[in-house]
Design a protein around this ligand. Structure first.
Ligand code: UGA
Length: 365
């Protein structure tokens, strides 16, 4: 039986990875998180030992020591990862993504344990194309993101948007530094907008604040409010279905020789969409899923980023991952297209939150 540690096992990605690893029957998980709502069905599983604690608490690192010594991999997934928080709480963002977390790298390095870290595609920052006004995404070399080649381009320090990306970038660099000096094996994953059931929260129902775009648009659809396009909704994202992403993580865990000491982009470049087109597609799918044609006319409006997030927001313009490394080293390729990803995900949200407003999926009605 393989033993792994998962920090952040109760979050969106953590809970899906926990589902998959426990279903395999040959993995024991020592999991840390402050909440267990998303993994409550596993609490009685003898292969799952849940520690309800903030991952960054000093006591967590003390507790981790004995487990690290005999585990296969330490998977770190805990993060503050919503852009609204980077702008509203940059100190907390930097603290939680670097200062309170770097001891984990020291600890893994001491034990030469495999540190399996989920970073972010946001470390690439903005594309070179966005700084070359005449390029207009004509030159792939100026905007495709390649793990070991592409420069990481953050905007000015005064824009707090980059508090997260720079903390994550330093975390990656600290992993590399330790690995070079101690031989600690590592894997760094850069997720590209992984979407799926249980992502984020719906404000006023099971959380407060501004979640990421999927949950923002779902909240608007559930509440009969306009979908808001920040600065016109021209930013591009590549949307990746969570099950495809978990396939990639599983392949890495199964093939340490292929995965260790590598950075991997995990994204679905075929599912690229602007936020404006995403809004139109989501309202179309809302009509299809609930059988309520009124969604086809659901209002969509523009809003400035200053008004939506507050001062200090700046957007990542485009994120096109080069995924040839994941394909060639792991045999991984995203399988689920954008429409199917949204259909599965939105159906789940309507099932979970739609009943009070009479917005359940047609097949459940
Ligand atoms: C966030 C994190 O910062 C990344 O680290 C992470 O990799 C990524 O989510 C992810 O989900 O993988 P981002 O894509 O910028 O990055 O976050 P979102 O809040 O989902 O925003 C996506 C785009 O939608 C942005 O252009 C944002 O301005 C826009 N948006 C958001 C809207 O137009 N309307 C909204 O109501 C919310």
């Amino acid at each position: 039986m393989k033993k792994v540690i998962i920090l952040g096992c109760g979050g969106f990605v953590g809970s899906h990875l926990t589902d998959r690893l426990l279903a395999s029957g040959d993995v024991h998980i020592e999991g840390w998180d402050v909440s267990y709502d998303k993994v409550s069905e596993h609490l009685d599983n003898p292969n799952f030992n849940f520690h309800q604690r903030y991952v960054d608490a000093d006591t967590t690192f003390d507790e981790l020591g004995p487990h690290i010594a005999d585990c296969e991999a330490v998977i770190s997934l805990a993060a503050v990862c919503t852009p609204a928080q980077y702008v509203a709480s940059p100190v907390k963002t930097i603290r939680s993504n670097f200062i309170d977390a770097y001891s984990l790298i020291d600890l893994c390095s001491e034990h030469r344990s495999w540190l399996f870290h989920t970073s972010t595609c946001e470390v690439y920052g903005r594309t070179l194309s966005s700084y070359v006004p005449t390029d207009d995404y004509q030159d792939l070399d100026l905007y495709e993101q390649r793990e070991d080649e592409t420069p990481l381009i953050m905007g000015p320090t005064r824009n707090h948007r980059w508090s997260y990306a720079t903390a994550k970038q330093l975390f990656e660099r600290y992993i590399y530094a330790h690995s070079a000096e101690s031989g600690m094996p590592f894997t760094i994953v850069r997720p590209y907008n992984w979407f799926g059931p249980r992502m984020d929260f719906i404000p006023g129902r099971d959380g407060e604040g501004i979640p990421r775009v999927l949950a923002c648009f779902m909240t608007a659809l559930l509440d009969g409010q306009p979908l808001q396009l920040v600065d016109g909704g021209g930013a591009y994202r590549t949307i990746t279905f969570i099950d495809d992403a978990i396939d990639a993580l599983s392949l890495m865990l199964e093939q340490p020789k292929q995965a260790q000491n590598q950075v991997f982009n995990v994204g679905n470049r075929a599912s690229e969409v602007t936020m404006k087109d995403l809004a139109f597609l989501m309202r179309e799918l809302a009509a299809e899923i609930t059988g309520k044609d009124a969604f086809l006319e659901h209002p969509i409006e523009d809003i400035t980023s200053d008004k939506f997030y507050g001062e200090g927001y700046e957007d990542c313009d485009r994120r096109v991952p080069d995924v040839t490394k994941a394909e060639s080293r792991l045999g991984w390729k995203a399988k689920t297209d954008l429409r199917e990803t949204l259909r599965i995900t939105m159906t789940h949200y309507f099932e979970q939150y739609g009943r009070p407003a009479g917005l359940t999926p047609v097949r459940d009605a």
